[in-house]
Design a protein around this ligand. Structure first.
Ligand SMILES: [Zn+2]
Length: 117
């Protein structure tokens, strides 16, 4: 089964966005428990927490973006950001690498984990 890769920044962004939606859904479900104030409060708090969480994740993306290396994608010509040794273009999902040794090799996200200290 081929794994679908996408840019790390895009992935985190999708995650943050889904956290917002999950938060709203949880709060919405809480409204159905109006007769049980404790249940409703719990749901509201959980929903609130996941919205806060997404704000934190968005902040984290901002921090990551400043550390990411800007490169011009050879495939679509747009400027994209590379996180780690290998990443995907944010626009066309072209695999990009900062390590010349990995150039031409098949894209593998595991390269990021093999970083030696
Ligand atoms: Zn591209």
């Amino acid at each position: 089964m081929a794994k679908k890769y996408s840019s790390k920044i895009n992935k985190i962004r999708t995650f943050a966005l889904s956290l917002v939606f999950i938060g709203f859904i949880i709060m919405y479900v809480g409204i159905y428990f109006r007769q049980h104030p404790w249940v409703m409060t719990t749901f509201m708090l959980l929903g609130f927490l996941s919205i806060i969480g997404s704000t934190v994740v968005y902040f984290w993306i901002g921090m990551l973006s400043t550390k990411a290396v800007q490169v011009t994608c050879p495939n679509c010509g747009k400027v994209t950001k590379v996180l780690g040794r290998v990443d995907m273009c944010m626009y066309c999902n072209e695999p990009l690498t900062l390590d010349p040794k990995l150039e031409g090799e098949e894209f593998n996200e595991d390269y990021n984990k093999k970083r030696s200290r």
